[in-house]
Write a protein that binds this ligand. Structure first.
Ligand SMILES: Cc1cc2nc3c(=O)[nH]c(=O)nc-3n(C[C@H](O)[C@H](O)[C@H](O)COP(=O)(O)OP(=O)(O)OC[C@H]3O[C@@H](n4cnc5c(N)ncnc54)[C@H](O)[C@@H]3O)c2cc1C
Length: 499
């Protein structure tokens, strides 16, 4: 792998399904000649959901704009005062031509398409399966946000993302993020816990030198030698609803969204064009391309540039457990119960009781490697649920019932890098800065979706991310080049791991 990367870098130029929800909140327009931009200036027809056909319909904004209108919008945009060099570029409104083509419509691709189209780019978002499917990493009921990270490079990104979540919700007119406090707990000497507390500005409320009263002391039986720290920047995002929101916002900004479109090739065509080809034989041209294909990243990148990017798909399980009778309302978001993370082995994370009344999500981080194209949906049940039951029995015995095992289990995939740091970089090689990859979000990317989407879009459109610089987000640790000399990337010791 290192050899392949080294070779590659020698040519491096500096380098539930809730579909109904989605289609209720956007208005789709008929476009029998799918993605024909000339149709954009024609009056659009509202479609009822009953007649929606994903193969024949391109979803785009009601009242979509001409290139001139889009350029004008960029000039007048209050989100980004900077004129986009791409707004009216790329052959104008030629059919099948776009400023930015985003491949993969999970949270990252959907946010990137929104960010690019908000800047006035003519954006296309291509998704292999049905929109909001359950076969990747971004589906389901909930994800957590927290600023307590062992790695110092993430809290600035969390803060940027938190602001962008608010802006997107304001644009959409509804909420997907419910703020909560956040708790971190674990063995007092655990270096990752200590670093997370320091980096996230958390306050130690138990097990430290100066313990203070904390509201949930009666819920947790904190083991001897453990510490508990509380921080304010926590919260729960409704996952599928959030992805749908960003897709709807992208469409509102003029993006075209196509599902059931598997991208099989990305190739350079001349100086200023990237050709994106799908399994069904359709071809799209983009000035730039953003690849956000989650657990399929290694496969697609290998087939496009022959590079082995170390992004390992992992099967994991979300478990919901029954709250013991009498405590149901105590562990809810309404009661102010926190999200939490428990350090050590196993690493446990939780969201308050919210989506299924009377149940609380408590799950183990990680799981066995898997092939995203041939998954054994039943694997890991024992390995992933039993350690959680043991943890609950030790730390929350009075409040959560483990006797019957988890009441609900949902499969999901992580895309793990060896150091659990993201990959955000230009693909390089013959693509130079024309193709940007966002991948390897290692089970902790959802909260960053709006920030990552903005950064990827700016990298594609401007060759750099001004938002990252302004927010103090360091992208250097997320570069592909970190694997060239060290297959473990940012890990200096074999025992290290990020979270
Ligand atoms: C159980 C679980 C719990 C998690 N909890 C948290 C949490 O609490 N907080 C947090 O911040 N993060 C969390 N995460 C991580 C977070 O959900 C992921 O990091 C994030 O969803 C990754 O998004 P993505 O867009 O990269 O990948 P995906 O959502 O998988 O999107 C990739 C998309 O690309 C599509 N695609 C693939 N190949 C192609 C192709 N060739 N052509 C076109 N489309 C293609 C796929 O179909 C898919 O829709 C959790 C993840 C899981 C699984």
């Amino acid at each position: 792998m290192v050899q392949i990367l080294s070779r590659f870098f020698s040519s491096f130029i500096p380098l539930t399904t809730n579909c109904s929800f989605f289609f209720q909140i956007i208005r789709v327009t008929v476009c029998h000649e799918a993605i024909s931009p000339s149709n954009r200036s024609q009056p659009s027809l509202s479609l009822s959901r009953q007649v929606y056909s994903p193969r024949r319909v391109a979803v785009h904004a009601h009242g979509s704009r001409t290139a001139e209108e889009r350029a004008e919008r960029v000039r007048g945009s209050d989100r980004s005062k900077r004129p986009s060099a791409m707004a009216a570029s790329n052959g104008g409104d030629a059919p099948g031509r776009f400023d930015v083509i985003v491949v993969g419509a999970g949270i990252m691709g959907s946010c990137a398409a929104y960010a690019a189209s908000s800047r006035g780019a003519r954006a296309l978002l291509l998704e292999r399966f049905d929109l909001l499917h359950h076969r990747g990493s971004s589906h389901g009921e909930s994800r957590t946000i927290r600023a307590t990270y062992p790695q110092a490079h993430y809290p600035p990104m969390v803060r940027l993302s938190r602001r962008l979540w608010e802006e997107a919700q304001a644009d959409a007119g509804y909420r997907v993020l419910t703020p909560t406090p956040h708790l971190d707990l674990g063995p007092r000497d655990d270096p990752e816990l200590r670093a997370a507390i320091g980096n996230g500005g958390a306050t130690v409320v138990a097990g430290g030198a100066e313990p203070s009263p904390w509201p949930w002391a009666g819920v947790f039986r904190v083991p001897d030698g453990w510490a508990v720290a509380s921080s304010e920047l926590g919260g729960v995002m409704k996952a599928t609803k959030a992805v749908a929101m960003f897709q709807a916002l992208a469409v509102k900004m003029g993006a075209v969204v196509r599902d059931r479109m598997e991208v099989v090739d990305i190739a350079k065509r001349g100086e200023e064009s990237i050709l994106v080809r799908t399994a069904s034989g359709e071809e799209f041209h983009g000035a730039k391309c953003i690849v956000t294909v989650g657990a399929w990243t290694s496969k697609l990148v290998r087939s496009v540039v022959g590079m082995d990017l170390p992004v390992q798909p992992v099967h994991t399980l979300i478990c919901y457990w029954k709250v013991k009778p009498g405590h149901e309302s105590e562990l809810t978001t309404e009661a102010g119960f926190p999200t939490f993370a428990s350090y050590g082995d196993p690493y446990i994370y939780s969201t308050p009781s919210m989506e299924f009344p009377g149940l609380i999500k408590i799950a183990k981080h990680g799981g066995p490697p898997c092939d995203p194209d041939s998954r054994d949906w039943s694997t890991g049940a024992a390995d992933l649920a039993e350690p959680v039951a043991r943890w609950i029995d030790a730390v929350m015995p009075g409040h959560v019932d483990t006797a019957g095992g988890p009441v609900i289990r949902q499969s999901c995939m992580y895309s793990m890098t060896p150091d659990e740091d993201y990959v955000i970089d230009f693909l390089g090689g013959e693509f130079g800065k024309d193709v940007v990859v966002g991948a390897g979000f290692s089970g902790h990317g959802f909260k960053m979706g709006p920030a990552v989407g903005r950064i990827l879009a700016e990298m594609a459109m401007d060759g750099e991310s001004r938002s990252a610089v302004e927010a103090g987000v360091e992208l250097e640790p997320l570069r592909i080049g970190r694997f060239v000399d060290n297959p473990k990337g940012n890990l200096s010791n074999p025992g290290d791991r990020g979270l």
